[in-house]
Design a protein around this ligand. Structure first.
Ligand code: TRP
Length: 452
């Protein structure tokens, strides 16, 4: 990325769409519903929304402003502002490298389901044992992971992501509409109402520190925060574009899609499995086990299901392409390799890191890292450990080293900063203290030292 030849987004719409394209992906459709189901439904949703309006808003504003101010991506931005704090940029860059491999494993699962729906296997996919059989096989999960990973790499290598982005700009609105239709259908199934209540009515007895940590990790993941991505996007943003309102729109869009994904899936869990704790606590498999059952009962369900998995595949691809692109450009810059070679290095690295995740529910199911399967462990490491650390350091950097004034000035280049006071208080006091407390308690809990 040449600094002086930096291209920029045409305007506000361009920026919001590009950032939303990176934000909306498997995080919204696959990850949010299973976390909401697992961590108490309504209480998780409430905590998530509060965090989005406070932490999410403050961090996204700070990151975008850092990018726009310096015109550089993460490593360069921190380095140019203060040499001593350049390490935050490096730390942030590790996150996409951890996420990319297991993101592609899930992308592989989506591809497998699309293939099943296309090849007349929709009814089979709706059976109870389908997912479990698939995931425990030694070859299949790797096969689909490879297909997905290679597809991502080919797009990055050929530099045709603009083409994929164009297609996804058409697909994205269709995905939103289809999700709403499926959610409404889900809600009218007999027994769905209990699921709806579980999902939107907060039950305060289910509140715990783990709920907050899970919601916070999800917020960072879903909005692509605490990993340098929004800094890069900010560096392409024109000075006259309204930064504050762009951030608001991206947050609204991202949270809206996650909310509808929950509406599609959680009531259906109550319809088909009675909302038992085991059914709600399924984790990463929840979407794959529940949605085919919804499609099975739906008129023209095979067509709806095929369309759905195709659209999700596109949403996932735009995200994994952007993830890989980020890692490739870091490898290019850091190790002075050309793009082709960097792509190859990243491909091989992803392969090596992804295979344990692909096999972690089957053949390598016996291997556990602090009680977690490989995929869950990588997910925990990035979302619950590294991202909170990066977010904490970013708050300290902006709050005390650079001072919030620098960010406020950058925001006010285009319009008055309406939530200036809120921003200052959160970035200096609320966010760093809360993030640190949550991080420490959750890590202690993961290692079994603390019981919350
Ligand atoms: N936010 C994306 C999602 O919800 C996932 C993601 C995390 C991502 N980091 C990213 C996408 C970096 C693009 C770039 O699925």
């Amino acid at each position: 990325m040449e600094n002086n030849a930096r291209s920029s987004f045409t305007g506000k719409i361009g920026f919001v769409l590009a950032a939303a394209g990176s934000a909306v992906g498997l995080g919204n459709i696959w990850r949010f519903p299973y976390l909401a189901a697992k961590y108490g439904g309504g209480i998780f949703l409430l905590v998530y929304i509060i965090l989005a309006l406070t932490f999410g808003f403050a961090l996204m504003t700070a990151e975008t402003a850092l990018g726009r101010k310096t015109g550089l991506s993460a490593i360069g931005a921190f380095n140019s502002l203060n040499k001593k704090y350049g390490f935050i940029g490096y730390l942030a860059s590790v996150v996409p490298m951890i996420i990319l491999p297991y993101y592609c494993v899930i992308g592989g699962w989506v591809t497998k389901y699309l293939y099943a729906f296309l090849s007349g296997g929709a009814a089979e996919a709706a059976t109870d044992t389908y997912f479990g059989t698939f995931i425990t096989q030694p070859v299949e999960p790797i096969f689909w992971f490879l297909i997905y990973l290679i597809a991502t790499a080919v797009v990055v290598l050929l530099g045709v992501e603009k083409g994929v982005e164009k297609v996804s700009k058409i697909m994205m609105p269709i995905l939103v509409c289809l999700s709403i239709v499926i959610a409404i259908y889900s809600l009218f199934m007999p027994g769905a109402i209990d699921g709806l209540i579980y999902y939107i009515k907060p039950d305060f007895s289910k509140f715990s520190i783990t709920t907050v940590l899970a919601a916070m990790g999800q917020l960072f993941y879903s909005m692509s925060l605490a990993m340098g991505i929004m800094i890069t996007y900010g560096s392409y943003m024109k000075k006259e574009v309204n930064l504050e309102s762009s951030v608001k729109q991206i947050e609204l869009f991202d949270t809206g899609i996650a909310f509808f994904a929950g509406l599609m899936i959680i009531p259906a869990v109550f319809v088909f499995s009675g909302g038992t704790p085991e059914a709600l606590g399924k984790g990463p498999s929840l979407m794959f086990e529940t949605l085919p059952k919804v499609f099975e009962t739906m008129p023209a369900g095979t067509i709806v299901g095929t369309a759905f998995f195709m659209l999700v595949l596109f949403a996932a691809l735009t995200s994994s392409i952007s993830l890989m692109e980020t890692v490739v450009s870091i490898v290019c810059d850091r190790f002075k390799l050309n793009r082709k070679l960097s792509c190859l290095v990243v491909l091989i690295l992803s392969l090596v890191l992804g295979i344990p995740s692909a096999l972690g529910y089957g053949v390598w199911g016996g291997v556990k890292i602090i009680g977690m399967s490989f995929l869950d462990f990588f997910d925990f490491l990035s979302n619950s450990v590294l991202m909170p650390i990066v977010a904490f350091l970013t708050c300290i950097f902006v709050g005390y080293i650079l001072k919030p004034k620098a960010v406020i000035e950058e925001v006010e280049r285009s319009a008055t900063f309406k939530r200036k006071k809120l921003f200052q208080v959160i970035i200096k006091y609320v966010a760093p203290v809360c993030i640190l407390l949550i991080l420490i308690s959750s890590v202690l809990e993961a290692f079994g030292i603390l019981k919350i």
